[in-house]
Write a protein that binds this ligand. Structure first.
Ligand SMILES: *[C@@H]1O[C@H](CO)[C@@H](O)[C@H](O)[C@H]1NC(C)=O
Ligand SMILES: *[C@@H]1O[C@H](CO)[C@@H](O)[C@H](O)[C@H]1NC(C)=O
Ligand SMILES: *[C@@H]1O[C@H](CO)[C@@H](O)[C@H](O)[C@H]1NC(C)=O
Ligand SMILES: *[C@@H]1O[C@H](CO)[C@@H](O)[C@H](O)[C@H]1NC(C)=O
Ligand SMILES: *[C@@H]1O[C@H](CO)[C@@H](O)[C@H](O)[C@H]1NC(C)=O
Ligand SMILES: *[C@@H]1O[C@H](CO)[C@@H](O)[C@H](O)[C@H]1NC(C)=O
Ligand SMILES: *[C@@H]1O[C@H](CO)[C@@H](O)[C@H](O)[C@H]1NC(C)=O
Ligand SMILES: CC(=O)N[C@H]1CO[C@H](CO)[C@@H](O)[C@@H]1O
Length: 481
């Protein structure tokens, strides 16, 4: 145990004496990207998640017959993959919840009869109610959604009644995006009150909006504090679920501005985690996401190939910005804060590690492909580093002519630094990051060039690591030193 650090911490003092009543970490999992999974692929994913303290997956799926755009046309196979996931999770002491993507609904993008209905939903919920892998909140199965406002309160009320007639009790924490979006611009407590008066059948809330919407600001947990405390004060017994994401960027290059956009995410992951552990203390943290490749917020290892093998997925144009863009080292940041969230105090630092991330083209680069990206002016053209060191150390970062930028780190907790891209990128530069600590130093050279010419505009960063990477499987990022 470190004895000297506690009083030096800039934040987190209040967390040290806090009793953690509930502290579960789920990762949002896109079932649509599991088409070729076997039970053992699910097990590998669960093992990888468990290594950094993730307790379960929220299985996000869409109405099985609604999509005509998916390459597999009929998405009934999702239910088979959910069955595989439960089989794997029961053997791994891992938890699962069902997360219904209710942005699909009658009258918008699903023909009548093909959207979600209570009969089908209650059938699949009851199928897993006795599974040891079913995550329970207050002894009730937890059910979450993405959107779903348009289904209305009566739909959810009927779903609960149908199940309780079978002695199955569920707690619903919906990810209603309209309230979450509005909470970023108006009084968040007012949104919580509006939600409760319009949806009295629902139990908790999942704040979908981990990203700042069209704004340049670090998304902290202030809105979550307001939402959570308003719901609790009103006596809501369902969980408050705070979402945390490392990034947001999507470019389908289809001319629709809704499909080509980036959120200001430069410091997003550590800044939101810091808020979660020091001020919000949510009932549940949900990481956005494990494997949503298309929105660039995946934490999972990249599959060996998207076109074949057990983790293959239909990405099409999205491969232009996902291929070779590993995010695995971000799980080291998750591991640190998850540990803190669960224990209530900052964990001991036992090794020196620097996680760094950068986009591979400046925002003004002229690329051969890719759409016009909404919010393209928001991110900074820079390499960002997050350092976790045992003792006083200097972190040195170089990006071409911007050489040897330094910041100090010490054992009190994570520290961050950055180096901007140089004006002249020449034929491309490889950033370099090193940690020096009392005479010894370890260096990592990135393996992906930053260039000003490109085949496809890309706002998805690569994530690298200097130092040991045993917990995140060192295979997917270059670990040097
Ligand atoms: C409910 O949804 C299921 C799965 O999509 C579908 O097979 C069934 O026909 C639907 N039932 C009704 C009444 O719409
Ligand atoms: C629930 O289980 C029954 C019996 O095994 C099966 O026929 C049905 O398809 C399952 N429902 C869903 C939605 O997977
Ligand atoms: C779950 O287990 C209980 C107790 O064994 C049993 O009564 C109930 O029928 C089971 N429910 C389902 C949906 O299988
Ligand atoms: C976000 O936080 C970082 C680190 O504290 C700071 O350098 C940066 O300026 C902040 N960004 C904005 C938009 O406030
Ligand atoms: C770390 O730096 C601080 C402030 O400069 C100093 O007081 C402390 O003695 C240093 N610790 C070690 C282990 O060198
Ligand atoms: C550790 O680093 C933080 C952030 O730079 C600084 O505020 C603090 O004084 C440092 N503590 C020591 C003991 O050097
Ligand atoms: C990193 O790159 C620099 C400059 O190209 C080189 O001098 C150094 O040896 C490299 N370091 C490692 C660990 O490969
Ligand atoms: C340099 C590098 O790692 N290239 C890989 C990028 O991704 C494609 C598709 O997965 C691989 O075939 C390349 O080897």
């Amino acid at each position: 145990m470190k004895t000297t650090t506690a009083f030096l911490l800039p934040i987190g003092l209040s967390a040290i004496s806090t009793t953690v009543d509930a502290a579960t970490v789920l990762a949002h999992f896109m079932v649509q990207n599991s088409y070729a999974y076997s039970v053992s692929t699910w097990q590998e994913d669960m093992t990888s998640a468990q290594q950094v303290g993730i307790d379960g997956f929220a299985l996000n799926w869409i109405p099985p017959y609604c999509s005509s755009t998916d390459a597999h046309h009929n998405l009934a196979w999702q239910a088979d993959q959910i069955a595989n996931a439960f089989t794997a999770a029961e053997q791994q002491d891992f938890k699962l919840t069902l997360s219904f993507d209710m942005s699909y609904g009658v009258g918008s993008n699903c023909p009548t009869g093909l959207a979600w209905n209570e009969t089908y939903m209650s059938s699949i919920i009851s199928n897993y109610t006795n599974s040891s892998a079913a995550y329970k909140w207050n002894n009730q199965m937890l059910v979450t959604t993405y959107a779903g406002e348009k289904y209305g309160n009566a739909f959810f009320q009927y779903l609960k009644q149908t199940l309780s007639a079978q002695d199955i009790h569920i707690s619903i924490a919906p990810g209603f995006t309209s309230y979450a979006y509005a909470a970023q611009n108006e009084a968040a407590a007012g949104q919580a009150n509006a939600f409760m008066s319009e949806f009295d059948a629902l139990d908790g809330f999942l704040n979908w909006q981990s990203w700042p919407l069209n704004k340049k600001l670090n998304n902290t947990g202030d809105i979550d504090v307001a939402l959570q405390s308003t719901l609790k004060a009103a006596g809501k017994t369902g969980p408050y679920i705070m979402t945390i994401s490392p990034w947001q960027y999507k470019d389908l290059n289809d001319g629709n501005p809704e499909d080509s956009w980036v959120s200001y995410s430069d410091y997003l992951f550590p800044s939101r985690f810091e808020s979660a552990v020091s001020t919000v203390h949510p009932d549940i943290i949900e990481l956005q996401t494990w494997n949503d490749w298309g929105e660039s917020h995946y934490l999972r290892d990249l599959p060996a190939s998207f076109s074949s093998g057990p983790a293959s997925a239909t990405l099409g144009t999205m491969q232009n910005y996902v291929n070779n863009q590993s995010h695995s080292a971000w799980r080291i940041i998750a591991d640190y804060y998850i540990n803190w969230y669960k224990s209530g105090s900052p964990p001991d630092i036992t090794q020196d590690q620097v996680v760094y991330w950068y986009r591979t083209h400046p925002k003004d680069a002229t690329c051969n492909g890719g759409g016009s990206v909404r919010n393209a002016q928001l991110p900074a053209d820079a390499v960002f580093a997050w350092a976790l060191v045992r003792n006083n150390a200097t972190v040195t970062m170089s990006a071409g002519q911007n050489a040897f930028w330094q910041f100090n780190a010490n054992g009190t907790g994570p520290q961050m630094g950055m180096v901007p891209f140089p004006n002249d990128l020449g034929d491309g530069i490889l950033p370099e990051v090193s940690i020096s600590n009392g005479g010894s130093s370890i260096t990592g050279n990135a393996s992906t060039y930053i260039t000003s010419d490109c085949d496809y505009m890309n706002f998805n960063p690569v994530v690298g690591l200097v130092g040991p990477g045993d917990k995140v499987g060192a295979t997917n990022q270059k670990v040097l030193g």
